[in-house]
Design a protein around this ligand. Structure first.
Ligand code: SF4
Length: 331
């Protein structure tokens, strides 16, 4: 009896990855998804989509291996701070390392020829396949008929005739295919990766310019609130919502300062690490400006952390006064 072949697929939880798994499973192949976690993309959507398909899903954290790509990805960045080609390569190499130990026969992805400007041109697909280390085992079921046949096709593990020839940016064929396969729960295209988010990417680029390198905590902080780079070099993060305030509180470290205006509802302002007094005063000004205290009102701002507590008395100023220090957009 023929062995039932097993495919391991990069599974973002987006429609393309769902379809790639579905198309292979419809041929009787055994398929498993794999999702790689970093501070920039989490597994929630992949888990939801895998559950919808009843697809087994492996989730692995690759943050430490991803760090070098934040600084110097060999193939460069996309429009944001997204090193898509090197990110794909890292994921494929990590997945390829599981093939033999976990008993998988080949890899697959939901890539579609010509769909994305940076990573899905024919040259990029070829380069990614070559540098993945397993080009002959890397199947792209959605565009396979337009690509060089892979070993799973050549050896008849997969019926190439039942694979697809999708090409370009239109989503219509995928939507029709989803309907044909009864896939009703899938996310909107794009999104999901903070490195492609213009605000996050701008904040990350700025902190890299300032510090040269980033910690995991820095990357988490960049997800919350408005960020200000003050004249003395300190950072002030101003919560926009209750959720921001709670998240910032959860990211506090010894030595950080937290500022809040007394007597009025207002944001939590976090100043991470060391800060000159002049910057703390500006941070206090931010706490006042973004509070409900009217402009030109005398307020007290409590400063806690950094080995003590103090009060800064000030007259609130309009938010526009602080605009020049705002990093990565917002208001
Ligand atoms: S968008 Fe983000 S997750 Fe996707 S390949 Fe690019 S860097 Fe990686």
């Amino acid at each position: 009896m023929n062995k039932r072949r097993r495919g391991l697929g990069l599974f973002s939880g987006g429609l393309d990855s769902m379809l790639a798994a579905t198309v292979l499973r419809a041929q009787g192949l055994e398929v498993t998804g794999i999702y790689f976690v970093t501070p920039f993309f989490g597994p929630d959507r992949a888990r939801q989509s895998a559950a919808h398909l009843q697809l087994p899903l492996i989730v692995l954290d690759i943050t430490e291996k991803f760090f070098p790509l934040i600084y110097h990805p060999p193939h460069g960045f996309g429009r944001g701070h997204n090193p898509c080609i090197d990110c794909h390569l890292l994921m494929l190499r990590e997945a390829a390392a599981l093939l033999a130990p976990e008993g998988f026969d080949f890899l697959f992805t939901g890539e579609v020829l010509g769909q994305r400007p940076m990573s899905q041109h024919r040259n990029s697909l070829n380069l990614i396949a070559r540098d993945s280390g397993v080009p002959e085992l890397l199947l792209r079921p959605l565009s396979a008929k337009l690509l060089t046949p892979t070993r799973p096709e050549l050896l008849g593990w997969v019926d190439r005739e039942k694979l697809l020839d999708l090409n370009g940016r239109s989503r219509k064929p995928q939507i029709a295919l989803a309907a044909a396969h009864g896939i009703t729960d899938y996310p909107a295209p794009a999104g999901g990766c903070l490195l492609t988010d213009p605000g996050y990417a701008a904040r990350l680029k700025e902190i890299l310019r300032q510090q040269g390198e980033v910690s995991r905590r820095d990357l988490e902080l960049l997800k919350w609130g408005r960020h200000f780079r003050l004249a003395g070099g300190a950072k002030a993060v101003v919560g926009r919502t209750q959720r921001d305030n709670q998240a910032l509180e959860g990211l506090l470290e010894p030595g950080d300062r937290v500022l809040k205006v007394r007597g009025y509802p207002g944001p939590l302002v976090l100043v991470p690490g060391q800060a000159p007094d002049a910057d703390l005063e500006v941070a206090a000004g931010l706490a006042g400006a973004y509070s409900d205290a009217p402009s030109e009102t005398q307020v007290d701002v409590e400063v806690q952390g950094g080995g003590g507590a103090s009060i800064i008395h000030l007259t609130t100023a309009p938010k526009a006064r602080f605009k020049e220090w705002l990093v990565g957009g917002g208001n």
